[in-house]
Design a binder for this molecule. Structure first.
Ligand SMILES: O=C(O)CCC(=O)C(=O)O
Ligand SMILES: [Fe+2]
Length: 301
């Protein structure tokens, strides 16, 4: 997962003219819902006010670390996340109809901090896909809370429409999916399937050519679908982002999917073994169940 590829210059919204800056809505007049559906993301400037930003920044500095040896994530305070849930629900209600994304559960929050070694190359998220088995109805609300420089250390993304326009067949295969990596070497980008092993396909160009980097100030939110490829823009500044995952827990999950494995998935499972062992014990008794049932049986919640 480390970002060992040389980075090409990243297109900013101003350079690309695609309107992904904080005024995207006013310049393109496209609603958040339509943008999520068409492009896979939307930006909400000033989603958190200065006080909430300061509260999460303090929480990061004083807070705990998640027990996951794959990467070091800070843990957000549950009460602080609870306090912003009404605003999140309002946002989800606003996008539900136009995007077709139906979320009924707002999860807990983690912090991605470059000072803790976060520096990810292109990927679709892995662990959420191992757990939920789909990224349909799955969103990442990503909000920098310590952000020294607006144009640096953001999340670079591959908008769905950019991918679909250039490589429609491969994107059709990847849409709603997850647990993929993308690496450019000798003129080709290889997209690996880190759930089943092997590759999903290759691009005969650098995936970087499709990328955009919405520039975020502290408190601005990037709402990103789980199937969208993304990477750390750079690690030149010490940035901390709050990430809250939201999904639909009526989704069915199966033992068959859980048991699919490959070396990359095995590495995740070894380094976050407590969680996968709990989940594995539930699947030992159930061939399929809803995600909500899985959480109830595994954690009693
Ligand atoms: O904060 C970063 O640079 C990476 C974040 C990420 O990969 C995620 O939110 O899934
Ligand atoms: Fe990610």
């Amino acid at each position: 997962m480390s970002n060992n590829q040389p980075h090409k210059a990243v297109l900013t919204s101003a350079q690309s003219g695609k309107g992904t800056d904080r005024h995207a809505d006013s310049t393109t007049d496209e609603s958040a819902a339509t943008q999520i559906k068409r492009r896979g993301f939307t930006v909400i400037p000033g989603f958190l006010d200065a006080q909430a930003v300061a509260g999460f920044a303090e929480n990061y500095r004083d807070g705990g670390t998640l027990d996951n040896r794959m990467y070091s994530l800070g843990m957000a305070d549950a009460n602080k996340v609870e306090a912003i849930k009404p605003a999140i629900r309002e946002l989800l209600d606003k996008i539900r109809e136009g995007s077709g994304i139906d979320i009924n559960f707002i999860g807990s929050g983690v912090f991605f901090a470059t000072e803790r070694g976060i520096d990810f190359s292109w990927h679709q998220d892995h662990e959420s896909f191992f757990m939920h088995q789909t990224h349909r109805n799955y969103l990442n609300l990503y909000i920098p809370v310590i952000k020294p420089v607006r144009e640096k250390t953001n999340l670079s993304i591959i908008p769905a429409d950019n991918f679909a326009k250039r490589s429609p067949v491969l994107w059709a295969k990847l849409e709603d999916g997850g647990a993929s990596g993308a690496a450019f070497r000798e003129g080709r980008t290889t997209i690996t399937d880190d759930c089943h092993g092997g590759v999903h396909g290759t691009l005969d160009y650098d995936i970087e050519e499709l990328s955009e980097t919405p520039e975020l100030a502290a408190g601005d939110a990037l709402l990103l679908r789980g199937d969208i490829f993304h990477r750390t823009q750079d690690t030149q500044t010490s940035r901390v982002a709050l990430s809250i995952r939201m999904f639909n827990d009526v989704q069915t999950v199966t033992r068959r999917h859980f048991e699919q494995s490959c070396p990359v998935k095995n590495a995740f499972m070894e380094r976050n073994s407590a969680m996968y062992e709990r989940i594995g014990r539930v699947f030992a008794d159930h061939e399929s169940l809803t995600f909500r049932q899985l959480m109830t049986y595994a954690y009693g919640v």
